[in-house]
Design a protein around this ligand. Structure first.
Ligand code: PLZ
Length: 452
């Protein structure tokens, strides 16, 4: 049952793990290959993976595989291990809580750490008004509940989501998600009363924020009607859709329209939250105060936890017993979140995210000077992406993107793609990564681009 036979030779994860890229076998090496062969037999084919390894430890800016390969982590498990993998404070908090009690169900017999997390979220999220929080297990579950709450509060049913939006893989969140392959194809029918409008994609639509907002609002008014609309949900910076940063003025105009029309504005900060963008929440970058904010991912350093936080009067709309779930706000996940939040607030991680953003944008910008295939470089903080295009036509170049990503993976750099057109490489390093590893990761990418 053990993953590798000499378990004692596995170093501890966390920041003390040797911070180097070191490739000692082809990827996957023999031990990883054996485990991946078992995966192919035992795990459903729909659960794919992008890095062909089996992990035994991780920390700082590296991931160690079963064959002793040390990989540069530019993905943080999709923006989750922002404080660093196996962060000592998180590991200690998890171990201590696991020895105390592992579960009671907060709906049966409550405990303090859930309340602590709710208070922290109420304090940290933007908006100087009375707030409340409910905790769940995943980003998708948080989004589902935010919509439930908005519908109950408004007595309306329709929900607006945006082109390029991603909100999860459950039925309602599939409906909210824009992209068919791989998220929706063949999995319908989808939840009703979900409408999609174009958002703001400055690189491709050429509109100002105000123009893009007018386009969206006009469609909403004409095709749905404000009186039928419970909520508008948007990621302040769209994640899976391609790290699309809306033009200035777009989000605040949509928020203002929602407020004028009694529509709940929900910011899905599952990917952008918790220092990722160089602010505690991306909403702050755009000066908006969402009515509800969904969080997950970075909140608990890898333990499954998610939240809906927002205006107390909206959050309280659901009747007693209307919200919950067996595991939501599990005590071990809450202990991890409190340790992670402590790190976000006290270990300079917001500043670190800004530094990472500056380094990445500068390095990528320098590559772009001589390489027009880098059509756009965008993002904030440690959430930066490059959109690859055909240098002549500007058309999305998914083939180049996947060739470059594959080359990076083969050389031990965990790199993620995204984008509706599959032509975006995104950088989501843990905030615990050092500059040397970041630079080395970009060097590998640059060399792969030259060969491609
Ligand atoms: N909202 C903005 O980014 C999850 C999905 C990876 P869960 N993004 C990564 C994949 O291919 O499944 C995400 C997000 C935003 C919601 C979610 C959903 O969060 O915790 O994956 O349910």
């Amino acid at each position: 049952m053990t993953l590798i036979d000499e378990t004692s030779t596995i170093p501890a994860g966390g920041p003390t793990l040797e911070q180097v890229r070191r490739i000692v076998t082809e990827l996957p090496g023999p031990r990883s290959a054996a485990i991946l062969a078992r995966k192919a037999e035992a795990v459903a084919a729909g659960v794919a993976h992008s890095m062909p390894v089996s992990v035994v430890a991780a920390g700082g800016g590296v991931v160690l595989d079963a064959d002793g390969n040390s990989l540069i982590d530019l993905g943080s498990g999709i923006a989750v291990t922002s404080v660093g993998n196996a962060h000592p404070k998180v590991a200690a908090a998890v171990a201590a809580q696991a020895a105390q009690f592992t579960h009671t169900c907060f709906m049966v017999s409550p405990y303090e750490s859930y309340v602590d997390v709710a208070e922290a979220l109420n304090r940290l999220t933007p908006g100087d008004f009375a707030k409340k929080t409910a905790l769940f297990n995943s980003g998708a579950e948080a989004v589902e509940n935010a919509i439930k709450i908005a519908r109950k509060h408004t007595g309306r049913q329709a929900v607006v989501a945006f082109d390029h939006g991603y909100h999860g893989r459950t039925n309602l969140t599939m409906a909210l998600t824009a992209k068919s392959m791989p998220y929706k194809a063949g999995f319908g029918p989808f939840a009703p009363e979900v409408y999609r409008v174009p958002g703001s994609y400055p690189y491709r639509d050429g509109l100002t924020g105000a123009e893009a907002a007018t386009r969206a609002i006009t469609l909403i008014e004409k095709q749905i009607g404000a009186d039928s609309l419970a909520a508008v949900i948007i990621e302040p910076i769209q994640g899976e859709g391609g790290f699309i940063v809306p033009a200035d003025g777009f989000l605040d105009a949509v928020v203002a329209w929602c407020r004028d029309n009694g529509v709940v504005f929900i910011a899905d900060e599952v990917q952008t939250g918790f220092a990722r963008t160089g602010s505690m929440f991306a909403s702050e970058i755009f000066g908006i105060e969402p009515d509800l904010i969904t969080t997950a991912k970075g909140i608990a350093a890898g333990l499954p936890l998610a939240g809906v936080t927002g205006r107390a009067e909206i959050m309280d709309a659901a009747h007693a017993g209307g919200l919950g779930g067996t595991y939501g706000g599990n005590p071990i996940a809450c202990a991890a979140a409190l340790a992670a939040i402590d790190a976000f607030e006290n270990d300079g991680l917001i500043e670190r995210a800004q530094q990472i953003g500056a380094l990445l944008t500068e390095r990528l910008g320098a590559i772009r000077e001589n390489d027009p295939r880098l059509g756009d470089i965008r993002g904030h903080g440690a959430m930066i992406a490059v959109e690859f295009v055909d240098a002549e036509t500007g058309a999305p170049d998914a083939a180049l993107t996947s060739a470059v990503a594959k080359a990076c993976v083969a050389e031990g750099v965990i790199i993620l793609t995204c984008g509706t057109f599959g032509n975006v490489i995104r950088f989501l390093p843990p905030l615990s990564i050092g500059d040397d590893l970041l630079n080395e990761g970009i060097d590998v990418l640059a060399a792969a681009l030259e060969r491609a």
